[in-house]
Structure formats: structure tokens, C-alpha cells
Design a binder for this molecule. Structure first.
Ligand SMILES: [Mn+2]
Length: 338
């Protein structure tokens, strides 16, 4: 794939964001639920950027952080983040900056209903008018977008923010292989010089939590591969781990489509990967879910959820059949339409 030379076009956007937030009251920064390293680093980057301009800010998030590397980032960089109940909306006179998500996406319980600024790299859901909007689906990591703000506004990066953003970019671009533009690379190389590589090495050495080992073992035992599609059904698996397991299956020889799913007490969680340029992961997950729930994401990776009340499957076997049937039907449909 040829990388598009996408020069930063955010110059006035960064300025616009600061000017908007400057005259408000407090600013809340919210990443998507169960924040991953990209969402955490981007939130942290926005937090320090606002602090630089003297704007009072607080990072809030919904649903506890699950993955060992995400937890370690928060500890290592001393990131002030507060877990908040999804019903506990922010006060009316405050701004909410959504990071690595947008209203209406399956991955967020938005904690505000007015005065919303959106900074995201998921597909544009056309969710209405926001006070500020910078949605760039062709960018590999939200961390990249935040890094451009610092460059455009001439704000120095602290070593912790630079390091966190480097790791965020690595994580969301699958170590710089899930890319379709040069901006991620440009920001990566720029930040690389400013980052503490020992810290990155340390986080990378702690990506799998000890509690996760059993889930990996089960996943490896349960993989079924049909030609180029890998299916994995795991029980007792948290959301982040499901994504990591998808990434692992994605590296198996000959597999270029991954459909992982976990049945939980409240429904079925899905995680998709696609390495085929005519199969979009977000479209595939939406097709599998088929109005029964919500799904979305990017061309190459996506996720979704079917709530328990919309599931009429009786046992695991039926769920397995349903997921395989929908996935294969979508692939055949897309292949026929090529
Ligand atoms: Mn992201």
C-alpha cells in the first residue's frame, strides 16, 4: 500500500480548540470506554496541552481499564484519570473533549450532551454539530492528531507525553504496519527523539497480564481456521483482551480475516481484523451484528457488541453457527461485488 503524504492540516484547528476551551469553565477530557493505550496517551496529551494554556482540565472515563499495559501507562506516567459512572454526566457549563471516540459510537458512553469537542480517528458517524470537530479516519492513531496540535501551537512536549504518544501510535498502528498515511510516521519519528525508550521497552514487556494467560491458552485451543478466516470463541474474556487475541490470531500464517467473540453475562462482544483491501472490518462487524447491537471502527480493525436482550441463541453452538454464517455470507457478498 502506498502511503499518502498527508501534511498536517490542523494548524487552525489546534488554535480553534484552545480558543474555544479558553473561555469556558472547566474542561473534561473523555476517552472511549475501557481506554486503550492510544486513547490514554491522547487524553494525557490533551490534558497537558490544556494545562500549558492555563485551562483547568480533568480526564474522566467509563468502565475500568483492563489491560496490563494500559494500567502500567497510567502508573508510569502518573496520568490523572478518574473512573466515572456512565450516568454521572458532567456539569452543564463545562466543556467535554471526546478523544479517540465520537458520540454515537459503540465504544463510548458520552458523559455530556452539550458543549462537545470531538477529536477522533474512527470513521465519521456524522453525529451532528459539535462545538469543535477534528475527525480524521485516515490517521492510524489519535495520538498522532494530538502530537500535531503541539507542533502547530509550538508547545513543548514533556518527556512523559512524548513517550506515551509514541506508545499510543505503536499500539494503534500495530507497530507502524497498520498505516495509510505518512503523518503517523512523521509524528512517530519526531516524538521518538523526545521519548524515553526504556519506558516503552518496559511497557512492551508487560503487555500480557498474568491473569490473561488462561484466556490466551483457551483462545489458542479454540481457534478454527477456514481457509483465510480465523474464528475464535472465548469465554470469560474482557474487551481489551479480546482485541489482543484478535491481533495474535491475525499473525497466523495464511489468516487475513479474524472474527473473535466472547459471550458474557450481558451479551456478546466481537472483535474483527481484516487484511484484505476489499473487506472492511467495520462493515463486517456491522453485518454480523445485523441490527441486533452496535459495531464500528476502522477498515482493518473493528469491534461490536450484541446486548443479551437481543440474543435469541440458546447455546454456544448456535452462537458459533450464527457468527460463522454471517461472516462467510458477508465475505462472499463482497467478493461477488468486486
Ligand atoms: Mn485509537
Amino acid at each position: 500500500m502506498e502511503l499518502v503524504d498527508l501534511k498536517s492540516s490542523s494548524e487552525d484547528l489546534a488554535e480553534k480548540l484552545i480558543n474555544l476551551l479558553k473561555d469556558g469553565k472547566k474542561v473534561f477530557i473523555q476517552p472511549h470506554n475501557i481506554p486503550d493505550p492510544d486513547a490514554i496517551s491522547a487524553s494525557f496529551g490533551v490534558y497537558e496541552l490544556l494545562t500549558y494554556f492555563g485551562i483547568a482540565a480533568e480526564i474522566i472515563y467509563v468502565n475500568p481499564i483492563e489491560k496490563a499495559n494500559s494500567k502500567q501507562m497510567i502508573e508510569m506516567f502518573d496520568i490523572p484519570m478518574t473512573l466515572r459512572d456512565e450516568k454521572d454526566l458532567i456539569p452543564e457549563d463545562c466543556y467535554l473533549v471526546l478523544v479517540d471516540s465520537q458520540p454515537g459510537n459503540a465504544n463510548i458512553s458520552c458523559l455530556g450532551d452539550d458543549k462537545i469537542a470531538v477529536i477522533d480517528h474512527h470513521k465519521d458517524l456524522d453525529g451532528g454539530q459539535f462545538a469543535f470537530s477534528d475527525i480524521r479516519p485516515n490517521i492510524g492513531a489519535c495520538a498522532t492528531i494530538i502530537a500535531t496540535y503541539y507542533c502547530d501551537l509550538d508547545v513543548p512536549f514533556s518527556m512523559n507525553v512524548a513517550t506515551a504518544l509514541v506508545y499510543g501510535i505503536m499500539n494503534d498502528t500495530n507497530n507502524l504496519t497498520r498505516l495509510n498515511n505518512k503523518l503517523d510516521l512523521e509524528m512517530f519519528y519526531y516524538l521518538y527523539d523526545l521519548a524515553n525508550l526504556n519506558k516503552i521497552k518496559n511497557i512492551k514487556m508487560n503487555e500480557i497480564g498474568r491473569d490473561d494467560i488462561q484466556a490466551y491458552a483457551k483462545a489458542l485451543a479454540n481457534i478454527e481456521i477456514y481457509k483465510n478466516i480465523g474464528f475464535v470463541h472465548i469465554e470469560d474474556c474482557n474487551d481489551s483482551l479480546l482485541g489482543t487475541i484478535s491481533d495474535m490470531v491475525y499473525t497466523i500464517e495464511g489468516v487475513n480475516i479474524v472474527v473473535s467473540y466472547a459471550r458474557r453475562y450481558d451479551g456478546v462482544k466481537l472483535s474483527i481484523r481484516s487484511g484484505l483491501d476489499y473487506i472492511y472490518a467495520d462493515q463486517l462487524v456491522k453485518f454480523i451484528i445485523d441490527e441486533k447491537g452496535l459495531g464500528g471502527g476502522h477498515n482493518e480493525m473493528a469491534g461490536g457488541f450484541i446486548p443479551i436482550e437481543n440474543i435469541d441463541f440458546i447455546d454456544y453452538r448456535e452462537l458459533d453457527t450464527y457468527v460463522r454464517y454471517r461472516a462467510i455470507a458477508f465475505l462472499e457478498k463482497e467478493r461477488a461485488e468486486r
